[in-house]
Each structure stands twice: as structure tokens, then as C-alpha cells.
Design a protein around this ligand. Sequence first.
Ligand code: TXA
Ligand code: MG
Length: 328
Amino acid sequence: MTTWSTADIEEAARVLRAGGLVALPTETVYGLGANAEDPDAVTSTFKVKGRPPSHPLILHIGSAARLGDWVREVPDTARVLAERFWPGPLTLILRRGPRVPLEVTGGLETVAVRVPDHPAALALLDAFGGGVTAPSANRFGSVSPTTAGHVREELGSDVGFVLDGGPCQVGVESTIVDVTGGTPSILRPGGVTREALEEALGRPVAAPSASPVRVPGQHPSHYAPRARVVLVAPDEVAGEAERLREQGNGVGILLPPGAGEAPAGAHAVVAVPGSMDEYARGLYGFLRELDGSGCDVIVASLPPEEGLGFAIANRLRRAAGPRPSTEG
Ligand code: TXA
Ligand code: MG
């Protein structure tokens, strides 16, 4: 079902040209788009998100052929990866070209670029003609939106226009790969797997360890629902949920396959799909659904960390990470 029209694309492009913000669908999550060459528009994204301005944004462009307009050089590694994975859930870190304002990069001399794989996003980039910066269209630190409804609930009238492209098909953010140095390295796992990157390049790609990703300006807790998230082994989910409930907590459960029955008395239970594609697609919606039940704590476990499971586990770890003591 098509949810957007040519008139929507024109309206979204008009808002971008006028310096406004547009929520746009991508295959990963919804983005909060601004004209990348308008520093005031870019700065307003940080204000709406409540995100520190030192935290750089991803530049979205309409085709790999335009990459050279935005970066100083396109190394061979970048060329191979762009050819293989664009449009798609892969972001490349490259040296910033003069067309990219420092507001976009948080003052860095590198810039994050990707071509999103969604027909509405591509139509908008084509109609608009320039580059669009787009962080995930949620408040800083919270769960990313995978439907237009999530964006409206969270950002409401702070966005000039919400382009509804239906539910996102990948469901977790793009994989960020730094290709400025010798060995390409994954800064954030995402929709393109490490295995697929290594296959495309025919050589190893460095990846972050289980510790939180070290990308400029990131908090340990991110992608986090309102409820506290507790991670345990799959066969301990039911027992831990019961223990927390007995202590008087409202409990939500993200029940892994094969973990047995959820204990009675849970506020809400979401059964995790067996397919990693479906799990990734549903992950943020599941966290929002559990949060919506009013539970105090969500009990979950990590999937096997291969393929898309690597990105899912990364998001769950960060959702469970220590929260800043004061919101801000
Ligand atoms: O799938 C996605 O990537 C989504 C959709 C909307 O495209 N966007 C997204 O944006 O996840 P955001 O702003 O939530 O995350 C951008 C990440 C941040 O972790 C930021 O630190 C990193 O990209 N980043 C941006 N520029 C960077 C740079 N020059 N060097 C290192 N990391 C960078
Ligand atoms: Mg985000």
C-alpha cells in the first residue's frame, strides 16, 4: 500500500527549502531531515532532538554518483562498498568536503554519508536536489521511530511535515563504517552485517567489542525505553521476571524463542520472532509496546551475535546501559 503521494514529496521538499524540518521514512528508521547546507536548519534538529551539538549527523544523498560532491576523496574501499550496498543501510565515514557545514559534523573533518533505500526518501532527495541531514526522529537517547505514528507521538508539532512511508523494513539503524584509515572499521553495527561487508571487500573489517560503541558524543544509555531494561540469559528470563514482579515491579517481557512460558502476572509479553530480519524490523516497536503497558522494568536477553543479531544485541545492551543521572 502506498502511503505517500507526489504532492507529499513536493510539500516535503518545499519545507526543506524553507529551512524547516521534515520527518522522512528510510528503510532503517524515520529520520528528522533538514537541508544539510542550511546551518540554521541543521542546528534546529539538535534543538528538537535535545541532542548535544557535538554529536554529528548523517548526510543523506540521492545517489552514489553524487558522493564526490560532498567529500574530499572517495577511497577505493568506499567505492566498492557504495556500489555494493547503496541504496541501503550503510553509512560511510569520509573526509568532509567544503560543501558540508561544520554544524553537520559537530566540528569534525569527517562526514557520515549514506543513500537510503526507501522510494519516498529517494523521491524527496531527487525533488529537493541537495543533501539532507537526518538523525533518527526521536528525542535524544530514546527508542528510534519505525513508523510515522511513532514520530508524531514523540515529536508532534516540532516537525514541519511528516512524510508517511509506512513501517520501516530493516528496523535498526545503518551500519556505520569508517573508511578513512587503513582497515575499514565498524563504528556502529546495523542493517548491513559485518559478514556481508567482509565478503564484499574480501578482507577483514574491524568491529567494536561488546562494550558500548565509542562514537563521538554518545551516552552509554541510548535507544532506551522509559522502563529500565534488564538483560539475562534466555533460560533465566522467566525466573528473573517473576523475581522482579514479587519485589513489586510492573514487568514487561521480551520473551526469546525457546525460553518457555512467560510467568503469569506480567504487564505485557512480546514473543521475539525466530527470524533475525523480523526481530530487527520489530525491535523498536516491541520496546515501545512494552513501555506502553506502563511496566517499570523490561526483562530481555541477547540474541546470538552474528548477522543482524550483532546490531540487535548492540541496541539491547545500550538500552540496558547506565542512564545519565540528570536528563538533558
Ligand atoms: O539508519 C540511520 O543511520 C538513521 C537513518 C535516519 O538514516 N540515522 C541515524 O542517525 O541513526 P543518528 O543521528 O541517530 O546516528 C548517527 C550516528 C551517531 O552515532 C553519530 O555519532 C555518528 O552517526 N556519526 C555521524 N558523523 C560521524 C563522524 N563524522 N564520525 C563518526 N561518527 C559519526
Ligand atoms: Mg539515533
